[in-house]
Design a protein around this ligand. Structure first.
Ligand code: ADP
Ligand code: MG
Length: 377
């Protein structure tokens, strides 16, 4: 199957070429025709499988077919984090390169320029509004948001949003939407609370479910049994001076540990930065941008960025500790081997976490190879 098979408007085909996409991913193959037909949809596929383009392309196509440019909010996308909002906004802009569709990311932060820009776009009626729930509600409370002509409502990373406690916020946004609309729900997992939510806000949805929560085959996974005090030297031995590791992402469970690892790495003269939810929004964006542009080698992060954030060409993911649950593991290691490339994911297991790691292996239905710990650590 190719993108030509969807009979997209030439402007959309042009946008796809600009983005360098050659053929649709499985979730795109399945979702795009259903969305073009106007169906409600609940789609479950692991991170990195191309869910963004699966909803952005058919909607942009509908907009491209309209004879006139709209002056109201046509498509509302709700996402858990500002990083994801920005990332989807960028994809919309890329795909809409040859078409007049407009979009804006609406997310929190103290920058008043941002607020004014968001307000202006909302008031003039942007085609694609991509928002985090809290910030959108702030704008709604100011009285100038009109969502009564929204035709497409998308919940992206719905599982993550419920984990972050956004259920009430989502429902209060849904109240402002017209009853007659197309609703699409994307999620990496399908726990019960997502099923319940989908019953309330979707209308007779089609369902797509693709190999739930199993890591992609092109990720080489291995692990080390280590003592906590060996972890740092093991990490540096894995990345320092390695020409095949240009970008490494290191996950730890807590903010304080992330900060601590960053400090130690820098002290060790490694090229490293940290990202976690205590950083100001601008600082976070800058770190992400610099990492994408390969200005430094090692990004140390909490789980908050393990979902939805899309950085290509990460050669190595290191779990500095064993993630809380198997799904977090899958999300963390899914940051490498995005789309077609290969990647490596290594996990450090201390004595206390052996049981948790066994649970992950059970979930994956396979044993992960344990690399003998280097003697000179
Ligand atoms: P998900 O939302 O499922 O986690 P994304 O939509 O963020 O996945 O896509 C993951 C990565 O794959 C992105 O870098 C995206 O640009 C790329 N991608 C998506 N679809 C295609 C495609 N058909 N061809 C090539 N790359 C793609
Ligand atoms: Mg996504």
């Amino acid at each position: 199957m190719t993108f030509e098979d969807f009979n997209f408007h030439p402007d959309i085909i042009g946008g796809i070429k600009t983005m360098g996409f050659e053929k649709p991913t499985p979730v795109q193959e399945l979702a795009i025709p259903l969305i073009l037909q106007g169906k409600d949809l609940i789609a479950c596929a692991q991170t990195g499988t191309g869910k963004t383009a699966a909803f952005v392309l058919p909607i942009l196509n509908k907009l491209a077919l309209l004879p006139v440019k709209l002056n109201y909010i046509n498509t509302l996308v709700i996402v858990p984090t500002r990083e994801l909002a920005l990332q989807i906004d960028q994809q919309v802009e890329g795909f809409a390169y040859f078409s007049p569709a407009s979009s804006i990311a609406v997310y929190g932060g103290n920058d008043s320029g941002n607020w004014d820009r968001q307000r202006a776009a909302i008031e003039s009626g942007v085609d694609f509004l991509i928002a985090t729930p809290g910030r959108l509600i702030q704008h709604i409370q100011m009285g100038y948001v009109s969502l009564d002509r929204v035709e497409h409502f998308i919940l992206d990373e719905a599982d993550r949003m419920l984990d972050m406690g956004f259920y009430e916020d989502i429902m209060s946004i849904v109240e402002k939407l017209p009853k007659k609309r197309q609703t699409l729900l994307f999620s990496a997992t399908m726990p019960d609370n997502i099923r319940k939510l989908s019953k309330v806000i979707l209308n007779n949805p089609e369902e797509i479910s693709l190999s739930i929560s199993k890591p992609a085959d092109n990720i080489l996974q291995a692990a080390y049994f280590v003592e906590d005090q060996q972890k740092l030297s093991l990490l540096t031995s894995l990345v320092e001076g390695k020409s095949n590791v240009q970008s490494a992402l290191v996950f730890a469970s807590t903010k304080s540990e992330v900060r601590d690892i960053e400090k130690k790495l820098i002290k060790d003269k490694a090229s490293a930065r940290a990202i976690h939810s205590d950083l100001e929004q601008q600082a976070r964006e800058e770190v992400m941008r610099d990492f994408k542009n390969r200005k430094f080698q090692i990004l140390v992060a909490t789980d908050i960025i393990s979902r939805g954030i899309d950085i290509e060409d990460i050669d190595l993911v290191v779990n500095y500790d064993v993630p809380r649950d198997p799904e977090d593991y899958v999300h963390r290691i899914g940051r490498t081997a995005r789309a077609q490339s290969d990647g490596v994911a290594l996990t450090f297991i201390n004595k206390k976490q052996r049981r948790s790691f066994e649970k992950i292996e059970q979930f994956l239905g396979t044993k992960i190879y344990k690399i003998p710990t280097p003697k000179d650590l």
